[in-house]
Design a protein around this ligand. Structure first.
Ligand code: ADP
Length: 495
């Protein structure tokens, strides 16, 4: 609702002085300011001065009459509200006044209350017009702001070095910035085509096909690596889901942003190559040292028997170094994709049992009980036995190593939907919550009073993670310090 104008400026133009004075008095009493004019020209001049909310205009004035004045007022303000005062009430004069653009008309003579009613109605009309004007101005201003904002955003997106593409719910390309044109098929110059036809990098399409269905509910963004064989470049693709409007189902589309990570990948490869060369060079001499120390210990002269503890310590250290070298080589082989995989459809349970049997002696030494609970129904996986053995050797030996005397390790496994779910639970020292997310980082080891005497390399879990990635398996760790940890694997079942 428009505000009512309570203190208006009203122009009364009439050649009859009694009308001018009468209007001035009555409307003045109501709080309005009244400006008077005795003829048409004076009325136009007074109106030009501005600030007039309402014009009461006599139809018959000497010189310019009311009908001639209205168009001149309209030229000055198209929203001018005019009430025509007519000498006598007739249908014709009413029609004439309205046709000339008056809002209302009022026949003379009129009573104060008739005047008040007409003025009130005309001021309401004026208030509506003023409000409309304000809204129009605001709308024009916000449209301008919006246009400016859009053009600024567009400039930023166009200037971005990172390629950016927008896909709609029908999987059509709807926006591509200049940096992203390198991913388009030859001849495709812009948006408007199905993405399957428009995109030139198959890896990008596959990554989208994989990411789109996963972007529901809580997951709004997925990042994945994409290799472009044409340019020999590796890109980090980040897919963000565009929410649909309220009431609509499914996403409105997806935004793809790519970052060139080729230099980082090259650096990573160089690092892996370097580590692999160094480890190879160290393998033989450290092996020889360990071997000779074993030999010396097996046939130690009584005269130097007192050195046995020190030599044993050297041999153990050399053994740990050997393990570090072995694990570094394993890791670099996986990273370089240089591992031979023998994927077969197998029952994994015997492999887990064999691994546990192999580790039973170690568990016995540490007075830890070890148990494998077979699954209720048979399980089949497409897996490499060597990889399975490596994963469970690491998990179970950690569960023994980071346990306490009299503790236990229990391996349970079952089918869980499309996965084989295996849990390795221990009653050991546990892992603090803020360390959990670092498990699996290369060389990460928890350093506390409880772990200081336990030797390790910090590479076992990094290898486990790499092998799980190769197998599209996932690991969840639940742990409580001083109570124990459970490492749960979800390995996809053979389809
Ligand atoms: P490490 O050779 O040191 O055992 P891993 O990569 O196998 O290296 O494990 C990394 C770190 O994770 C360990 O040093 C240890 O602090 C922690 N950890 C792994 N498994 C367990 C476990 N079952 N209980 C407690 N801590 C564990």
């Amino acid at each position: 609702m428009a505000d009512v104008i309570t203190r208006a400026r009203i122009l009364v133009a009439d050649d009859e002085v009694s009308i001018r004075i009468g209007c001035q008095k009555i409307l003045g009493e109501d709080g309005h300011e009244v400006v008077v004019a005795a003829d048409g020209l004076a009325a136009i001049e007074a109106f030009k001065a501005g600030g007039i909310d309402l014009v009461m205009l006599d139809l018959a004035m000497p010189g310019l009459d009311g009908l001639q004045v209205i168009p001149r007022l309209r030229e000055i303000d198209p929203d001018a509200v005019v009430v025509m005062i007519t000498g006598y009430a007739s249908f014709e004069t009413a029609v004439q006044a309205i046709q000339a653009g008056a809002y209302d008309y009022m026949p003379k003579p009129f009573t104060p209350s008739e005047l008040r009613i007409v003025v009130q109605r005309a001021l309401e009309k004026r208030a509506l017009l003023v409000e409309r004007q304000t809204l129009q101005k605001e709308r024009a201003r916000s449209l301008l702001d919006l246009a400016r904002e859009q053009s600024r955003t567009r400039t930023i997106i166009y200037a971005m070095g990172e390629p950016l593409l927008v896909i709609n719910a029908a999987q059509e390309l709807v926006f591509v910035n200049p940096a992203a044109r390198r991913f388009l098929q030859e001849g495709v110059t812009g948006p408007g085509r199905p993405m399957a036809e428009a995109l030139a990098v198959p890896g990008l399409l596959e990554a989208c096909a994989d990411a789109f269905p996963k972007l529901t509910g809580e997951t709004k963004t997925i990042s994945t690596e994409v290799f472009d064989p044409r340019e020999q470049k590796t890109w980090m693709l980040t897919v963000t889901c565009l929410e649909s409007q309220a009431g609509e189902t499914g996403p409105a589309g997806w935004v793809l942003v790519l970052a060139d990570i080729t230099p980082m990948k090259d650096l990573e490869k160089a690092k892996t190559r370097f580590v692999s060369i160094v480890a190879h060079e160290l393998k033989a001499p450290v092996g020889a040292i360990e071997g000779y120390l074993d030999l010396i210990l097996s046939d130690l002269e009584p005269a130097v028997e007192k050195y046995r503890p020190k030599i044993e310590r050297c041999r153990d250290r050399a053994g740990l170094l050997q393990r570090l070298i072995r694990e570094l080589l394993d890791l670099s082989r996986i990273e370089q994709g240089r591992i031979e995989r023998n994927l077969e459809t197998i029952d994994p349970v015997p492999t887990v049992q064999e691994t546990c049997e192999f580790l039973a002696e170690e568990a016995g030494k540490r007075k830890v009980s070890l148990m494998v609970v077979p699954p209720a129904e048979p399980v089949r996986l497409l897996a490499d036995r060597g990889e399975l053995t490596q994963v469970f050797t690491n998990l179970v030996s950690n569960a023994i190593k980071y346990n306490r005397e009299g503790g236990s390790v229990t391996v349970t496994n079952e089918r869980s939907g499309a996965h084989w779910k295996v849990a390795v639970a221990d009653t050991g020292i546990g892992i603090a919550a803020d360390h959990l997310r670092h498990i699996g980082e290369e060389f990460f080891r928890v350093k506390t009073a409880a772990t200081v005497q336990i030797s390790g390399t910090g590479l076992g879990m990094a290898i486990v993670k790499r092998i799980l990635d190769l197998n599209h398996a996932r690991l969840e760790i639940a742990s409580q310090e001083g109570v124990g940890s459970t490492f749960t694997l979800f390995w996809p079942l053979a389809s």
